[in-house]
Design a protein around this ligand. Structure first.
Ligand code: XIL
Length: 388
């Protein structure tokens, strides 16, 4: 199996040969096969999508926030990456840098360097920042098990939220206060996931997290964020219903909540999201809640055939999905989970393509060139009715 970098290099060689008008005679049979089955095609190098042609400019003209998950080490160390994020996004979220695992090297220590770097970058580029996240069953530090017990979990959770949300109080657009708390397979009567927080704090941990977050930061939009609630399938419809019940219950109990994050990790081969999600967004609108598309990408692991066909299919999903979502006035922001295929989490073993080729799931390809998904996303942003 080839690594992504080898594919990128091969594509670059093919592109160079192509631009010299040469046939790729030197390709090994393996390479030829890879080319026929969809090695990344030479990109349309240097298509200008900067300035007024950027996603950011198109979104700003329509009062919409668009952006991506970012990684502090790359914002600092990689010029092309940093330039792209600065040019295309007006809102950022830390892909990992604000999770417990990153912030909490030890029970009594906080490390804010990565998180601070995201805020510093955003501030120097006039971008907003989402916080992700304050309470999740994943990305917990290694010391968690063994240190956090039924006796201290509530205190450790609230102290974490006070410290972290307090540090950035007034500086963030929103916080994913609780992430992925619903899991239909856990068998809980309220659909709650069997998570360490449920087990150690109890079912009111969500209320506790939101109330503490509001005390620590009265400004940030407090968001409940989840996945698997986009599609029309029975499973996702049921989960959507559970999320709605959760949020309705919180409202009834006077728990502060301002928004719901729809992660939007979509799959290219699945039927497109439709009326079920639209009704959900409208129901949230009636409850005066905003909706944020928080982690959009299109997993294309099942797509076969030439790259151009795969790209067209991915772009079709972006266009349809984002057009549907931004037609709803309470959808206030759209963020993709990364910006370039070079660094997508979908190349991890769990999600990678069976043929080992890199995923083409984000608006920019691995060489930072705009993919068809970029133009699809920009068209969808253009469909947003301007404010006013
Ligand atoms: C992912 C990151 O992209 C990876 O780098 C990390 O290894 C695991 O987490 N839902 C979420 C995100 O809320 O935090 C996850 O991010 C992707 C799924």
């Amino acid at each position: 199996m080839r690594t992504r970098r080898e594919f990128v290099q091969l594509a670059a060689v093919v592109a160079a040969a192509g631009s010299l008008g040469r046939e790729v005679r030197w390709a090994s049979s393996e390479n030829v096969q890879a080319l026929q089955t969809g090695t990344p095609a030479p990109t349309d190098a240097h298509v200008d999508v900067s300035g007024a042609k950027s996603l950011r400019a198109h979104a700003e003209a329509r009062g919409l926030l668009v952006g991506c998950a970012a990684v502090p080490g790359r914002l600092d160390g990689e010029r092309d990456y940093a330039d792209l994020v600065a040019a295309q996004a007006n809102i950022l979220v830390a892909e990992n840098a604000m999770k417990w695992k990153a912030l909490r090297p030890a029970p009594d220590k906080f490390d804010f360097r990565g998180a601070d770097a995201i805020l510093a970058f955003a501030s120097s580029h006039g971008q907003k920042v989402r916080g992700h996240n304050l309470c999740w069953h994943e990305a917990l530090p290694d010391w968690f098990d063994g240190t956090v017990t039924k006796d201290n979990a509530r205190q450790i959770l609230t102290e974490h939220i006070r410290t972290v949300a307090g540090r950035y109080a007034g500086k963030l657009h929103s916080w994913d206060v609780v992430n992925e708390a619903i899991d239909m397979k856990s068998g809980h009567p309220d659909g709650l996931r069997k998570s360490p927080w449920l087990e150690l704090v109890g079912p009111d941990y969500i209320d506790v997290a939101f109330r503490t977050a509001r005390e620590a930061d009265p400004v940030a939009l407090l968001t409940y964020n989840d996945y698997g609630i986009e599609e029309e399938s029975a499973e996702q419809t049921a989960k959507r219903e559970r999320v709605l019940l959760l949020v309705q219950g919180m409202k009834k109990r006077g728990v502060p909540i301002d928004a719901v994050g729809v992660q939007s990790h979509l799959s290219a081969s699945d039927p497109l999201p439709g009326a079920g999600l639209r009704d959900f967004v409208r129901e949230l609108e009636r409850m005066k809640l905003q909706v944020v598309v928080t982690e959009l990408d299109v997993n294309e692991r099942t797509l076969e055939g030439p790259v151009s066909d795969r790209d067209a299919e991915v772009a079709r999903v972006y266009k349809n999905y984002v057009t549907m979502m931004v037609a709803e006035p309470n959808v206030s922001a759209v963020l993709t989970w990364g910006i370039t295929d070079r660094y997508t989490w979908l190349d991890a073993p769990k999600y990678e393509r069976p043929d080992g080729q890199p995923q083409r799931c984000l608006p920019f390809d691995a060489d930072y060139q705009p993919a068809p998904a970029f133009f699809a996303l920009r068209d969808a942003v253009d469909s947003r009715r301007p404010k006013g």
